[in-house]
Design a binder for this molecule. Structure first.
Ligand code: SF4
Length: 134
């Protein structure tokens, strides 16, 4: 989302500040998982999280953290793919990360069922894709 887009969202929601404008914006587009984890934690405190996630899903964001989730090539992913030689326990680590992500998305989906049914449906599709791809 553009800075203008975020500003419009903030104006619509009467929100003056959002974490991605208060903190170093590079956190939201970092390649290191630790920085991405920090951005995701900050997003979860953001009053625009649901709207931001909805917009990012609609736009199929190519990269970055949006609405508390990490996007790669338009899809929500559990974590960055590690560089270099795969860890011996890579499959186990990936399965645990995928299960955590699917659980978190299912929780968000349940919380949004009444207020944002269209977003809840999008998240349901994302959960099915993640579980199906695991
Ligand atoms: S949810 Fe995250 S990326 Fe979206 S506006 Fe809030 S802090 Fe920024």
């Amino acid at each position: 989302m553009t800075v203008l887009g975020l500003a419009q969202l903030a104006a619509q929601s009467a929100v003056d500040t959002v974490p991605c404008r208060e903190f170093d914006a590079d956190l939201w587009f970092a390649e290191e998982q630790a920085s991405t984890d920090r951005a995701q934690a900050l997003c979860r405190q953001c009053p625009l999280q649901a709207a931001c996630l909805s917009e990012a899903l609609t736009r199929q964001e190519p990269c970055g953290v949006w609405g508390g989730e990490l996007f790669e090539r338009g899809q929500i992913v559990a974590a960055h793919k590690p560089k270099g030689r795969p860890r011996k326990d890579a499959e186990e680590v990936a399965a645990r990360a995928t299960a955590r992500l699917a659980q978190r998305l299912a929780e968000v989906q349940a919380a949004l069922e009444e207020e944002r049914p269209e977003l809840a449906e999008q998240l349901s599709d994302a959960v099915l894709e993640i579980v199906g791809a695991a």
